[in-house]
Every structure is written in structure tokens, then in C-alpha cells.
Ligand binder design. Structure first.
Ligand code: GDG
Length: 494
């Protein structure tokens, strides 16, 4: 076992590379080109960084290795860890609960027990490889206990946490039998980051209700144990974004532009192409979108001669029962709409249940006249930002659910409440009929936002805030602030 130690460590459930094994049994590594890797790569290189996470394959224990200048430290997960910690507690308890119980969360004690065990395994791996006073950045809801577990073992570390999904209102969060443990886990961090201001507010409220700690936005004072000095934790919003410039460059490439024209041609040159791109997940509101579109065809307000909807539904979490059911429901609806309204030459919906290369996604964005993002709840929604980044022609209309984090910034989109089907129908018609001048004005304003707040801005701001906490470590705890300025709530009697 090597005793190398690193001064900057990122930890997430999945590594930025996947281990893939071909039919002959040869293993290789495939880079997942996520925005997070792109944003962190320079920081990682400059700061001698390591990335801790699972390699995407069960029951293999792999040695650390270097990939594109980043040290990769795999954490093993067994088939049963995947079932209980990942598919169970992460994706069938926390995911539905944090997305406002759109689906019913399941609460099982053995899932929770495994979540604790696996979080400890991640925390141990990080503790082992972190240099003295290193900076550690923990990613997402699968690892909410890691900050406190780390602090317990390594009080010298500077610890940040970022939640990529929403944090629910207390009335919903309080359902969780292990709500206090989760809050304690997160409060182990120096900075707890969220997508929206509202998420940070929900978290602070949960802290007040469950722990009775004083908060004053963005601060939370965590009392020391046995009368020791208190710590001041920062909980605030850092809206995530995309690598805007590289996405723009991709979309501008001649082959991508040609492919966009080809897509339009292959769809029969309709007057309007509507587009949806989502992981096949019940939070994304795909069913609501299909209902609105189907009704517009049925009412005769739209015709398949003029309009086509392209729906990319990327396969996701296919071993979880609620996702299998969702797929059946969506495909039944698509089949009905195509059967009822399609003609030999015109399909109502072009439905694609598979993943695509980034180039193809960019070509679809360039080809689409109207982008439909109708999530019922979404931490941010990067698809909306990618669509905007792809539209250097300042054309195209974005219809955006007000329940996405992105809607806080992208105010120039046509904002909709996806539960209001008539409202969504009106927005689709308005988008189709929108004059060029208004489209340009809106798209310009959207592009300005996405250019200003790109993923580098996100990671820079987070890390600068975290670094600011370093200055406070060692000054003997939080300064007493005027008690009247702080919000204190009595925790419920237990
Ligand atoms: C979580 C939160 C938050 C999708 N299909 C393909 C493909 N994608 C890419 C998209 C986009 C990304 O995946 C999806 O990101 P989203 O933000 O839309 O949604 P989640 O996957 O639910 O992500 C979310 C995000 O974390 C970041 O914090 O915004 O709220 O739920 O980049 O383009 N990419 C390729 N082929 C596909 O078929 N290449």
C-alpha cells in the first residue's frame, strides 16, 4: 500500500473514469467527459490532486493510478453495496425524498446501515491519502456522512461539500428516520454548498429545527463538544454550470453544424423541431411534456405535418423498479401518440432510448427550434444551459420549468409550471410562433448568463469560499455575534 498523500482531494460516488471490460476480458479506462472533471482538472494539476471514487464495476479492488495528470484512487463496492447503499438508500430513499417525494421514498434500516458503512469506507480512503491540512471536496448526496466522519479522524483538513440535487423543505426532510444523522454528517464540512438559495435555506432550517443551533445566513454556529470552541459553517448557494466555451466551440464545429442540417433533413424538414433531452428519470417531467404535446395534436392546434418532437431518454438506473415502471409508462404514451397522430411520412415523436456522443447532442441542440425542459424538480439542469451555449446564432426558444435550479438564473426563458398542462401547451405555441426579434432578445440575455457563470466560475467561487474558512480555523472558534441577529428555533421535543 502506497503512503502517497495529496493536498487536494475530490471524492464522489463515481470516479471521472469508468473501468470497461471488453468481450475478450481486457480492461481499460474510459474518461467520462463531465463538466466537473473539466472544471477541476486545472486545480487538480496545480495542487497535486487525487480523486477518490468507485470505478463503475462491482467486486473489483483496484490499485490507484494516474489518468491525465490526476491521481485516481478507486474505492471498491460489492454487488450488495450497490444494491443497498447505491440503488437502495441513495436512489430509492434520498433521491425521491430530496426531489419533493415525486415518487414514494422507501425507508429500510438495512439500506441505511450500509449507507453508513460505505460512507465510512470513502472517508477512510480520503483520510489515508490526504496530506496535512489538505483541502477535501466531497460531492453529492451519496456521501453526506463523509464530512463529519472525516473531521472526526482528521480535524486538520479543510472540508467542503456540494449537493448536486435539491435539499427539501423541512416538512419533507423530516420524514427521514435518519434526518439528524444526515444533518450532523453535513455539518462536519466547513462549507456546505447547494444549487439554489432556497436549498441552503432549507438546510439551515433543518439545522435549527433538529439541532437548535443558531444560524445567520450564510453562517451556522456548531457548538464545540464538551464546552470546546464552536465552529462556523457556511451554507450557501453555488449554482453549478457547464464548460460554456468548450460547448460553444463544439457546437460551432463544421461537422456538428452539418450534422444538425442532416438531422433536420432526415426528420422531413418540419417547420418546427421540438427537443427534449433527459435521463429517463421521474423527476424530469417527460410524461407531463408528452401529455401537453399529445393534447396539442389532438386539439388540432399542432399538426405532425409541421412539427416533430425529438425525445432523447438516456437509460438510467434500470435495476430500480420505479425506473422500469417509468420506462413502460413513457413508451406506452409515445406509442399511443405516434399511433394516433403519425402518418406514413410524418412521425409525431422520434423517441430515442439510448445515449449519444457529445457531438450528436450538440447537433440536436443546434437543430432544435424549441427546447423543452419540464422537470418537476431538478437541482440545476445542465441540458438547459447546454442548449443556450450551443445557440451562437442567437436563435431557438428555451421552455424551462420553474422547478429547476437553472430557472433562478435563466429568467429570459419561457418559464412554465409543468403541472399546469394548459400553461405548457400555451408556452409551446408561443415558442413556435415567437417573432425572430423576441427570440434573439431572449437568447442573448440567456447566453450572457451562461457565459458569465460557467463551471470554472462555480468551482473557483466554491474553493475561494472554502479557502476563506481556512483563515478562520485556528482563531479559537467563532466570534460571538449579537444573539439577537441570529435565528434560533427550538428543536422538537423528542
Ligand atoms: C444531476 C442533477 C444537476 C444526457 N444524456 C446524454 C448526455 N447527457 C448529459 C447532458 C448533461 C448531463 O448529462 C445531464 O445533466 P443534468 O443537469 O441535466 O441532469 P442530472 O443527470 O440529473 O444531474 C442536476 C447536475 O447533477 C449537475 O450538478 O444539474 O440537477 O440532477 O450534461 O448533456 N451526454 C451524452 N450523451 C447522452 O446521451 N454525451
Amino acid at each position: 500500500m502506497s503512503d502517497e498523500r495529496y493536498s487536494f482531494v475530490v471524492v464522489s460516488n463515481r470516479l471521472p473514469v469508468d473501468r470497461v471490460v471488453d468481450e475478450a476480458g481486457n480492461a481499460s479506462w474510459k474518461q467520462s467527459p463531465g463538466g466537473l472533471v473539466t472544471a477541476l482538472e486545472p486545480v487538480m494539476r496545480a495542487a497535486d490532486g487525487a480523486w477518490v471514487g468507485w470505478a463503475g464495476q462491482a467486486d473489483v479492488d483496484l490499485e490507484p493510478f494516474d489518468n491525465a495528470g490526476i491521481r485516481i484512487v478507486p474505492v471498491p463496492l460489492s454487488e450488495s453495496d450497490l444494491e443497498l447503499y447505491y440503488e437502495g438508500f441513495s436512489n430509492d430513499t434520498l433521491w425521491p425524498l430530496y426531489h419533493d417525494v415525486i415518487a414514494q421514498p422507501s425507508y429500510h434500516r438495512e439500506w441505511w446501515d450500509r449507507y453508513v458503512q460505505v460512507n465510512r469506507r470513502f472517508a477512510d480512503a480520503v483520510a489515508r491519502i490526504s496530506d496535512d491540512a489538505a483541502t477535501v471536496w466531497v460531492q453529492d448526496y451519496q456521501l453526506q456522512l463523509v464530512p463529519a466522519m472525516l473531521r472526526e479522524r482528521r480535524p486538520d483538513l479543510l472540508i467542503g461539500f456540494f449537493n448536486h440535487i435539491p435539499f427539501p423543505a423541512y416538512g419533507i426532510f423530516s420524514q427521514l428516520p435518519w434526518r439528524t444523522q444526515i444533518v450532523d454528517g453535513l455539518l462536519g464540512a466547513d462549507v456546505v454548498g447547494f444549487q439554489r438559495v432556497a436549498d441552503a435555506g432549507n438546510f439551515s432550517r433543518a439545522v435549527r429545527r433538529l439541532k437548535g443551533y443558531a444560524t445567520k445566513t450564510p453562517y451556522i454556529d456548531v457548538p464545540g463538544v464538551d464546552g470546546g470552541a464552536s465552529r462556523r459553517v457556511i451554507a450557501r448557494a453555488f449554482p453549478i454550470s457547464i464548460d460554456t466555451r468548450s460547448f460553444e466551440e463544439l457546437a460551432a464545429r463544421p461537422d456538428v453544424q452539418e450534422r444538425a442540417a442532416q438531422i433536420r433533413h432526415d426528420l422531413g424538414n418540419p417547420k418546427t423541431i421540438l427537443l427534449g433531452v433527459d435521463r429517463l428519470d421521474y423527476t424530469k417531467g417527460i410524461g407531463h411534456r408528452l401529455k401537453a404535446y399529445g393534447e396539442l395534436l389532438e386539439d388540432g392546434r399542432l399538426s405532425v405535418e409541421d412539427v416533430t418532437l425529438v425525445q432523447v431518454a438516456t437509460p438510467s438506473r434500470e435495476r430500480v423498479e420505479s425506473y422500469r415502471q417509468l420506462r413502460d409508462e413513457i413508451e406506452l404514451t409515445v406509442g399511443r401518440i405516434n399511433g394516433d397522430f403519425g402518418t406514413i411520412s410524418h412521425q409525431a415523436i422520434s423517441y430515442l432510448h439510448h445515449g449519444f456522443p457529445r457531438e450528436e447532442m450538440a447537433a440536436l441542440y443546434v437543430a432544435a427550434d424549441v427546447m423543452l425542459v419540464t422537470a418537476l424538480r431538478d437541482g440545476m439542469n445542465l441540458v438547459a444551459k447546454e442548449y443556450v451555449a450551443a445557440r451562437a446564432d442567437e436563435d431557438g426558444v428555451l421552455i424551462l420549468s420553474e422547478f429547476t435550479g437553472a430557472s433562478d438564473e435563466l429568467r429570459a426563458a419561457l418559464l412554465v409550471n409543468p403541472h399546469d398542462i394548459d400553461g405548457v401547451k400555451d408556452a409551446i405555441l408561443r415558442a413556435i410562433e415567437m417573432p425572430r426579434q423576441e427570440r434573439r432578445k431572449r437568447m442573448r440575455s440567456l447566453r450572457k448568463k451562461v457565459a458569465e457563470n460557467d463551471v470554472n466560475h462555480w468551482s473557483d467561487t466554491f474553493l475561494a469560499t472554502l479557502d476563506g474558512s481556512r483563515a478562520r480555523i485556528g482563531w479559537g472558534g467563532a466570534e460571538p455575534l449579537d444573539a439577537l441577529e441570529w435565528t434560533i428555533e427550538r428543536p422538537p421535543r423528542s
